[in-house]
Ligand binder design. Sequence first.
Ligand code: URA
Length: 461
Amino acid sequence: MTFRALPQELIRAKRDGQALSPEAIGELVGGIADGSLSDAQVGALAMAIFLNGMNAAETVALTEAVRDSGEVLAWRGLGEGIDLPGPVLDKHSTGGVGDLVSLVLGPWIAACGGYVPMVSGRGLGHTGGTLDKLEAIPGYDIAPTRERLRTLVREAGVAIVGQTAELAPADRRLYAIRDVTATVESLPLIVSSILGKKLACGLDALVMDVKSGSGAFMPTHEASFELARTIAEVASRAGTPTTALLTDMSQPLAPCAGNAVEVREAIALLTCEKTGEKSGDKSGGRLLEVTRTLAAELLLAGRLAENRDAALALLDERLASGAAAERFARMVAGLGGPADLLERPERHLPRAPVVRPVHAARSGRVTRMDTRAVGLAVVTLGGGRRAPSDAIDHAVGLTGIAALGDAVDGERPLAWVHAASEADAERAASQLREAIEVNDVAPGDVVLPTLIQDVIRREAP
Ligand code: URA
């Protein structure tokens, strides 16, 4: 990278609280990507941004520079028969527990006429990762060639895969340095990191699911709201219309958490076992509501529906008809997984050797949950990583997790634990009893959090 001013002068300006120009930010990010900025300079820059923040224009410039630091996928102008005939849409979440929205939403949007090239990540801390869940499916290849990815997105409408080295390389280096320089928790750095990667996928619209509550990435409701607002604002100013939803993570979104168990849950939802289309029992719950709401926002942003009612009607029809399930099956088979996964999940998904209920120490109702601790119980079981190099056990996890307000007793457990050994099960059981508060209260006395707390829509300028 050729700098018009010495990089240390640009770092000095940020250190002293000045705003950087888009050109200066472009040069600094170029230097991060090509290595002409040293680790020390990147760390100093990150700390200067952490301490002094960035204004909106700087954050937009930083996001665009991270996006453009590597390959930006293009889906049009490629030629007849290759161009996608519909909008390119995607969703991203700040991460949670039992949050398997991506597994359901991607194929569902594809069944409604959208195209979803979804680049997903691995579990981080207490949160699960979509890639780890998909790797519970034998043969599923999270790193197809670019050509295979293109073909699959065109033919199945959806491909959920991992990040490549070519996509937003500046973020890969910057994130690794932030991780060891105490500079992760900075709004402009978080926003440009999340969006830089997502916008490099060549999207026409994005929907963000920002979590709030005891299992959320941000520590307070106010911080979650500020992240949601900033993401919607910055992405839209960078040219991608974005809607951010603020959703509740004060309990796991699905009644399960883990890898194979969440894939099973996704299949149950897509094949309508959970929505009750087959059984007459409407029990898809919070997971279905959040997924359906996010999906409706994407259909509106992608102009695949005229209004919210039409979007919801289209979604319901494509779920009930089996079209969304069929897209999921096509994606799995197209990426090397079993062709009959939906028909015979039990044949293919791993099962833990020990499965047993965890009962609360007393009878009563669930009044509060430390959702982060529930996620950490899954990590303890081996379903998540303590260090990036750890292997994970896809079979372990939790199912039948009681929800806030549910009655629990000697019959109804707090959850079922799926473990590799009795000792692991016992350890996770203690963690769960600590994480889930049970009190002797009347049903109406448990205040249930609002599931969808805010919707922030921003058009591109
Ligand atoms: N996720 C990201 O991709 N980047 C951040 O900075 C934080 C969460």
